[in-house]
Design a binder for this molecule. Structure first.
Ligand SMILES: N[C@@H](Cc1ccccc1)C(=O)O
Length: 567
């Protein structure tokens, strides 16, 4: 029976590419041949074993190469049929071709006896008087394994006898007279040939051994039962559509042209596992930023709104009492914007006037702000209006402190202490090298309260850095235009076995705070550090370009673990 005979030839010819090549229909040749065979047999259901034979491939190739996809397209409906079939074990396979051990032993003894007799030997009376073959001789010829099993089986059958005193083996009289048939090998061959025939019993293969024989062979571990799954195959609801290309998307063209009316859509496969999603990897700097953020939050600091990269020179420098001639305000250090080139000064004219007075000092060098005589130069509003990319997040702190002063005034002079932080991007017109980029991130914290001293500043910095595992700190005097005193923070790094600079800090100057309108006895302590430096130390990055920017290795972002920032 071969319902798909014409297609079978095609499929067999295309055997190697049958399961991959696709034509205009989107179907492989094997799938087309399978459809032909199913249609030819319709309405009868076909066992998949018959179908495999019809299209000329093995059952496994048919299932994986055609039946699964056609069933997914609903062109076929497959009903699984579970069977247990007898198959040869490795040992059984050997005996099917070499003969059973007992038959091998009989054959060996027959030849050996004939050779030894040389015409006159062999009394043939079965009384053990003949010479026979010694066990080592048989072992040498057949192997000890085959000899042992063969001896056991052949003696049970009465084909071979052993001469007790000499332990020599020889054929029994009957077996010597007419060699017994090897029923075991015959049964094994029959089973092997039936299996090779696809189990369909289609060809001229020998009849399957009966169950009793198979069980006996199973006891000798020559055959075993194997569970297999075949299918009963019938046409499915989309059999008629199966040869048409399947649309997977309903696009604009199909909708406007009206083609959607006749499209055959591929059914959804809700059981598909789907592509693994790849996303949600935090950049190394963002992981470390999160750790710093947690430290600030644990210490009761509130996050400042720092979402402003473009800042006016006023907030970045002037309000911080940084003189207009300061080298940091040079275009070699700061990025100036060409458009829009400048901003309006704050609408608070009196605040701007006080900032100006702090820079200029009073007439004839008189002190104005808290006894300070300023820098004594002609302060330019135009210079203060110039737009720049902010060079430090202290510009953010500055705006927040002015807001705190305004809130204090609004509250009738009642000042509320504040602890604030920001972690955000800043820009400097640096010469780029392994440790400098033109943009980086700053971490900044401040505390505003009455009665704060340098002791508080050092204390809060100790607490902050201790949370990162840095408890050996040293302070070194330094200069910032907006703080007095100013302290660099150095920490001992056990991994690097040296002191490293980890931050800058200070108490904001009265020339900055008084113009804002903060009560004169309010002190503000503050400190800042870069986000990149601890990140590079933590992740062992020696070139900053490997950490940030277009040369960053994206895979590294996915591989990097979440690390706690401890030194
Ligand atoms: N703005 C300083 C850091 C700092 C912040 C606050 C007080 C003192 C110093 C810097 O850029 O390095």
């Amino acid at each position: 029976m071969s319902p798909g005979a014409p297609a079978a030839a095609t499929a067999a010819a295309a055997a190697t590419t049958a399961t991959t090549a696709t034509g205009a229909t989107g179907l492989a040749p094997l799938e087309l041949a399978t459809l032909d065979a199913v249609c030819a047999a319709a309405p009868a259901a076909l066992p998949s074993t018959d179908l495999a034979e019809a299209v000329g491939v093995t059952h496994g190739v048919l299932v994986d190469g055609a039946l699964k996809t056609l069933a997914a397209r609903e062109a076929l409906v497959l009903t699984p049929v579970l069977h247990e079939v007898w198959v040869l074990t490795a040992e059984g396979t050997t005996y099917a071709s070499a003969g059973s051990p007992e038959a091998q032993l009989v054959a060996h003894l027959a030849t050996a006896t004939a050779a030894a007799a040389g015409g006159g030997g062999g009394d043939g009376d079965g009384d053990g008087s003949g010479g026979g073959c010694s066990l080592p001789d048989v072992d040498a010829a057949l192997g000890a394994g085959v000899r042992k099993i063969g001896m056991q089986q052949a003696m049970r059958q009465g084909w071979v006898v052993m001469d007790k005193p000499t332990k020599a083996l020889r054929l029994a009289a009957d077996a010597a007279a007419s060699p017994p048939a090897d029923a075991v090998a015959a049964a094994l061959c029959a089973l092997r040939d039936a299996a090779a025939d696809g189990g369909g019993g289609g060809g001229a293969a020998a009849a399957l051994p009966d169950e009793g024989v198979l069980k006996a062979l199973a006891k000798r571990k020559l055959v075993t039962k194997k569970a297999t799954k075949t299918f009963t195959v019938v046409g499915g609801p989309r059999l008629a559509d199966a040869r048409r290309p399947q649309a997977t998307d309903l696009g604009r063209d199909a909708l406007t042209s009206g083609a959607w009316r006749s499209l055959a859509f591929k059914p959804y496969n809700f059981a598909a596992a789907g592509k693994p999603v790849d996303g949600g990897h935090l950049h190394t700097l963002l992981k470390v930023r999160e750790q710093f953020r947690l430290i600030f939050l644990e210490m009761g600091f509130a996050e400042m709104d720092s979402a402003r990269y473009v800042e006016s020179s006023f907030w970045n420098f002037d309000a911080l009492f940084q003189p207009q001639q300061h080298p940091a305000r040079d275009e070699h250090d700061t990025f100036f914007l060409s458009f829009p080139e400048s901003s309006r000064l704050p609408d608070e004219a009196d605040y701007v006037a006080r900032v100006k007075a702090a820079h200029c000092g009073g007439p004839d060098g008189a002190a104005v702000t808290g006894g300070s005589r300023g820098y004594r130069y002609a302060w330019s509003a135009a210079e203060a209006r110039k737009n720049i990319l902010r060079t430090h997040t202290t510009a953010v702190s500055c705006r927040m402190l002015r807001r705190l002063a305004t809130a204090t005034a609004d509250a009738g002079g009642v000042f509320t202490p504040a602890k604030m932080f920001s972690i955000d991007r800043v820009f400097r017109n640096e010469t780029l090298d392994a440790t400098h980029l033109a943009e980086f991130h700053q971490i900044e914290g401040l505390v505003a309260d009455r009665g704060l001293s340098l002791g508080h500043l050092k204390g809060v910095i100790h607490t902050f850095f201790k949370k990162m595992g840095m408890d050996r700190l040293r302070f070194k005097p330094t200069h910032n235009p907006y703080t007095e005193p100013s302290l660099e923070v150095h920490a001992f790094h056990p991994g690097l076995d040296k002191w490293v600079e980890v931050g800058n800090s200070g108490m904001f100057r009265p020339e900055m705070l008084l113009p804002m309108g903060l009560p004169p006895d309010v002190r503000v302590i503050a400190w800042g550090l870069s986000l990149e430096r601890p990140t590079m130390i933590k992740y062992g990055v020696s070139n900053i370009r490997d950490l940030f920017g277009h040369k960053m290795d994206l895979d590294a972002i996915q591989r990097n673990p979440i690390c706690r920032i401890t030194f």
